[in-house]
Each structure stands twice: as C-alpha cells, then as structure tokens.
Design a protein around this ligand. Structure first.
Ligand code: GTP
Ligand code: SPV
Ligand code: MN
Length: 584
C-alpha cells in the first residue's frame, strides 16, 4: 500500500477493472525477487542456467509471435490527430478507451496484479521522473527491477504529489489480434496489452522515457532522446561526454561500452547510458544528460569478447536472458558468440537445434537484461543527479551506401537537418521486414510521442537556450564495398572516429568541406595499428554527387508529408544542400 492517496485511488480503480485474485505492491527487494523467480521457475516461464558458470542467471522464452516491438500496434492517442503527426499511428482517446479498455475488463481474473513504482533517473535528481506500472507479468516485474530504480526511491521522489506516469500492462491472451500499445500523452497514461516483450511491456523504457518523455520534454523545454551517453577519456585524463542516436540494433550498446584497440589503449571509454538520454540546458549554457535507466536491455547476437568484452564480462551473473539458445552445458548461446559453434543446442523456442546453418539458434532480437552497475566501464558520473555535460551529439544509421564514415554538420540548424533526414536499414528489433532503408529522424521514429515536425522545431529552438551547444555529427559504421563486405572494422576501432570528433570539438582536427558537411582530411583520422590503408579510406569517406542529388529529391518528398508544420529552417536547409551539390 501507499501513503499517496492519488496513487492508492488509481490502483483501486484499476483493481476494480481488471479483477485480480490478489494485489501485490512491489518494493524491488531481494526477497521479493527470489519469490518471483521461484514462482516463474515453478510455472516454467523461467529456466535456470548453469549455476556454476552463470550464477543467478535465467532464461525466458517469450511467445513465438511476441519477440520484438510491434510498431504497427503502437498508438499515440492525443486528442488531435495532427499532434501525433504522420509518423505515428493515431487513435482518438475515446476510441482507445473503448477498444483497448475492453481488453482490460476482468483481464487479471485468476492472476496476481503487481504494482511497480519506479523512478526513471538517478535518486535525488531534479530531472528524474516517477512512473507506476501495474502488470500481471512477473517477468516484467523482474526486468523492471533491473532496468529502473524500483520501490522506495520512486515513492520517496513522488511524495504526496500526483506527478507520475500511469502505466497499465496485461499479457492478455498474447494474441497479436488483441495487442495494443497505447499512449495518452495528455494524461500521461500508457495502456499496453497482449505483449510481454521488451519495449512493449517494460513501460519505463520506450513508452515512458521516450514517448511520454518526449511530449513532456517539449512542454518543459528539454529533450528525451534514443541515445547512448559515453565519456571519452584522453591519455591526459580529461573526459569529454558524447551522446549518440542510432536506430534500434545499430550499435548504441556497443559504442557505449567500447574497449579501445591495442594501439590506442591509453584512451578509455566510460559508459553513462546505452539507450536513452534525458537532456536539459544547464545554468552554464551547456546541455546536460542523465541516463534515466538503471540497467541494459541489450541485443545478444553479435556480442562477443571481440566485439564487446565489457558486455561479456557483465553477462556472467544476475542476468535475465530472453530468447537466446542454450547449449548442452546449459549455458546461453547466440550467433556471433565466442568459441566454437555448439554441436547441439536448444533453440530460442526450446526446440532441438542442429548446427547445419539452416536455422538460427538464438532469435535475432534475443536480449539480455543486466544491472548497469555490473558494467566494468560504468562511469563514475553515471548517477550524478545533474547529469554530464554533452560536447558532441552523433546521429548515425546503418547504410550500405551513400553516407560516409563520419561528417560534421556546419551549424546547429544544419545538424538538426542531418538528424531529421537520417535513414537506416530496418533491423530485427521491431517486427516487419529487415534491411529496408527507411527515414528514422534522430532514431526516434518509433519513439517520438508527438508530431515529428514539431519535434524538429523543438530541437531547433533548443539552440536559443544553449550558449554552448554541442557540435553535431553523423556516422555510419555499416558502409559496404560492392561485394557486400563492411568497409570499416567497427567496434573498438570506432574510437578513432570519436577521437576525430573530439579534435573537432576542441577546434583541432583537419577537415575537408563537402556539400553535406565536413569530412576528415587525409591524415586526420588516426590509422596507426589498423589494417585500413589511407587509400581504402577513399570509399569510406567519399561524398558522391549523383546519389546525394537523389537523396535531396527523396528528402523533399519526405518533408512534404509534414505540410505546413515543417519548420522553415529545415526547408531552407534542403535548398542549401541542393545548391551546394549543384555548385560542387
Ligand atoms: P537497441 O538496444 O535495439 O537500441 O540496439 P543498439 O543500438 O544498442 O545496438 P547494439 O549495440 O546492440 O548493436 C546491434 C548489432 O549491431 C549487434 O549485432 C552488433 O554486433 C552490431 N554492431 C554494433 N556496432 C557495430 C559496428 O561498429 N560495426 C558492425 N559491423 N556491427 C556493429
Ligand atoms: C530498441 O528497440 O530500441 C530497444 C529494445 O532498445 S526495446 O526495449 O524492445 O525497445
Ligand atoms: Mn533502443
């Protein structure tokens, strides 16, 4: 029970609707967690992994039709359709209350209703926000305990106030036919039914911290972004903080935990966050970022000692794995893991798997949930209530062609244009086709809780509130040669690009001006110890006229969708790019 009567009243109201057998308030304690784990083991919704090599690690297999976010079932239920904008699915609040509300009637009969108060952001931070998720899934509770600060910190932060996001979640019958992720930004409510997976069900993450968060941020003058936050420490010991927005499954977790290559080992990366940043203008005119989360919900496939050694070392204890494979030794396994291919394993659905290369053993969107404090590279500043000052913001996508390894925007307004027009190949993080290039402004297409054009206007307006705005950049680790091979080694080697960005921020670092922005001049990227020759850098950094002219046409078509809400500054930016390309 709570001493906050607004909270108690809402919980009672929900209880009357969903009719659970029992209501349990969650405090996030070890005892409570142990009981939930035992319950799930007994029910068979959780499996214990090898306790010798993976102590306190568990495996959950989600329903085979419930393995990723479902963007086509995600709705912004603002009262005006235009406020959701052309990039969101919209449903009127009245229709949502009727259609989705119906699915909650009596949905927890025979089930336990868990009440999960959680805090997004460090304890004691003026930027932190409270949410309460009501759910009938113990798996969701166990994950929220890792991903957020649950129980006491949230109730203390809330006090007697009414300022909390109300999240209602039920597994329902897990049918995609009766699955909805509905957001009511005006009343700060989230209704999610029919899915137990990731961003659909852990409501603190994408639903609260990004969709509701972005709406609130616009009203209050801050930014809620799909960004990692890292500290780049030089051999001299100074640390520069950088935030980066890449679409889902495009490398945020990896960059946030980067381990420098041998030849650069006097440099160091500190992890502040791997998925979400809340950024506020500080008194000193700089932009400060906090990580609202307390854990990582990271992509398993491709994670290895070679690509992400920091992740590997934190995945040895207190981890919930979802939809990975298990070996004969009862250890988690996924494509791209270290060591040999297991001869035999159980695949992500618990079926016998043979390594004949036909089927994947782990689901491509299989994940790990792990406390951030277990990360060897966690920053000393990661729970600083003020956040960390951001010197550079990087946008990036997964693109086989067109965009160079790195470029710097000319101005804030040009950088907002670069972010607004970024595009990326779709990944397994959401259901639907994989590998299709789509526009994903600021990596926020699935997560912006309001009209994307208004969001760009909000970004443009932020410049007026920042005397020392971060510099804006764009990267692409995924450019390929004609045979389909990645041109850039990526992972730890991305440090070299971060160093160039740091040089640029500090007013050093040679660059060449191209129509799309500044790219590194010959010799300005440190290539020592890397088997990429200066000649091979050509195709990585090239800016080709004709494809970019096509891109301009494409961007104009895209912008047309936003009609009169498109900020004039962005319409001007596309014209200027077009002129620069003509002159070049
Ligand atoms: P979400 O959690 O969905 O938001 O994903 P994310 O942006 O954190 O992506 P993550 O770091 O988990 O990487 C996704 C996939 O991209 C993994 O399979 C990685 O191995 C791969 N990847 C990450 N960085 C690089 C890189 O620099 N080069 C290449 N080629 N692949 C990378
Ligand atoms: C993403 O898709 O960007 C994720 C995973 O970080 S989820 O929590 O499912 O949204
Ligand atoms: Mn993400």
């Amino acid at each position: 029970m709570s001493t906050n009567d607004k909270l108690s009243r809402w919980v009672e109201e929900v209880e009357r609707t969903v009719c659970p057998d029992e209501v349990r308030w969650c405090d996030g304690s070890d005892e409570e967690n142990d009981r939930l784990i035992q319950l799930m083991l007994a029910e068979g919704t959780l499996h214990i992994l090898n306790p010798r090599t993976y102590p306190d690690c568990y495996l959950h297999r989600s329903h085979p039709t419930d393995v990723a976010r479902t963007e086509h079932l995600t709705f912004i239920c603002a009262s005006q359709k235009e406020d959701a904008g052309p990039t969101n699915n919209w449903m009127s609040p009245a229709e949502a209350r009727e259609r989705v509300g119906k699915l909650f009637q009596g949905c927890m009969k025979g089930r336990v209703m868990y009440v999960v108060p959680y805090l997004m952001g460090p304890t004691g931070s003026p930027y932190s926000r409270v949410g309460v998720e009501i759910t009938d899934s113990p798996y969701v509770v166990a994950n929220m305990r890792i991903m957020t600060r649950m129980g006491r910190p949230a109730l203390d932060h809330l006090g007697t106030g009414a300022n909390f996001v109300r999240g209602l979640h039920s597994l329902g019958d897990l049918s995609p036919e009766r699955r909805f992720i509905a957001h009511f930004p005006e009343t700060r409510e989230i209704w999610s039914v029919g899915s137990g997976y990731g961003g659909n069900a852990l409501l603190g993450k994408k639903c609260h911290a990004l969709r509701i968060g972005s709406w609130t941020g616009r009203q209050e003058g801050w930014l809620a972004e799909h960004m990692l936050i890292l500290g780049l420490e030089s051999p001299a010991g100074d640390v520069m903080y950088i935030a980066a927005a890449f679409p889902s499954a495009c490398g945020k977790t990896n960059l946030a935990m980067l381990v420098p290559p041998r030849s650069q080992e006097r440099w160091k990366i500190w992890t502040v966050g791997d998925d979400i940043a809340w950024m506020h203008p500080g008194d000193d005119g700089r932009l400060y970022a906090i990580n609202p989360e307390a854990g990582f919900f990271g992509v398993a496939p491709g994670t290895s000692a070679k690509t992400n050694p920091n992740a590997m070392s934190m995945l040895k204890r207190n981890v919930i794995f979802t939809n990975v494979a298990v070996t004969e030794r009862n250890e988690p396994w996924w494509e791209g893991a270290d060591g040999e291919l297991p001869r035999r394993a159980m695949d992500w659905q618990g079926k016998r798997w043979l390594s004949d290369g036909k089927e994947k053993a782990a689901h491509p969107n299989s994940r790990f949930t792990v406390p951030a404090r277990q990360c060897p590279s966690i920053s000393r500043e990661w729970e600083n209530p003020r956040g960390v000052p951001i010197s550079a913001i990087i946008f990036g996508g997964r693109r086989a062609r067109l965009t160079p390894l790195v470029f710097e925007a000319f101005t804030w307004s040009h950088g907002v244009f670069v972010g607004a027009t970024m595009a990326s190949e779709t990944t397994a993080a959401a259901t639907g086709a994989v590998g299709v290039v789509r526009r994903d402004p600021m990596a926020m297409v699935p997560f912006c809780g309001y009209n994307m054009a208004d969001y760009w206007a909000h970004w443009l307006a932020m410049a007026r509130r920042l005397r020392h705005p971060p510099k804006l950049f764009h990267v692409n680790w995924f450019r390929r040669d004609p045979s389909g091979k990645f041109l850039w080694p990526g992972y730890g080697e991305n440090l070299r690009v971060l160093r160039w960005i740091r040089d640029r921020v500090q007013g050093r670092g040679e660059a060449v001006e191209t129509p799309i922005g500044f790219v590194p001049a010959a010799g300005s990227l440190e290539l020592d110890g890397l088997d990429v020759t200066p000649a091979a850098l050509g195709p990585l950094l090239s800016v080709e006229q004709e494809p970019w002219k096509d891109e301009v046409r494409n961007v104009k078509e895209y912008f047309a969708k936003f009609g009169s809400r498109l900020p004039a500054a962005l319409a001007a930016e596309v014209e200027e790019l077009s002129q620069r390309l003509r002159k070049a």
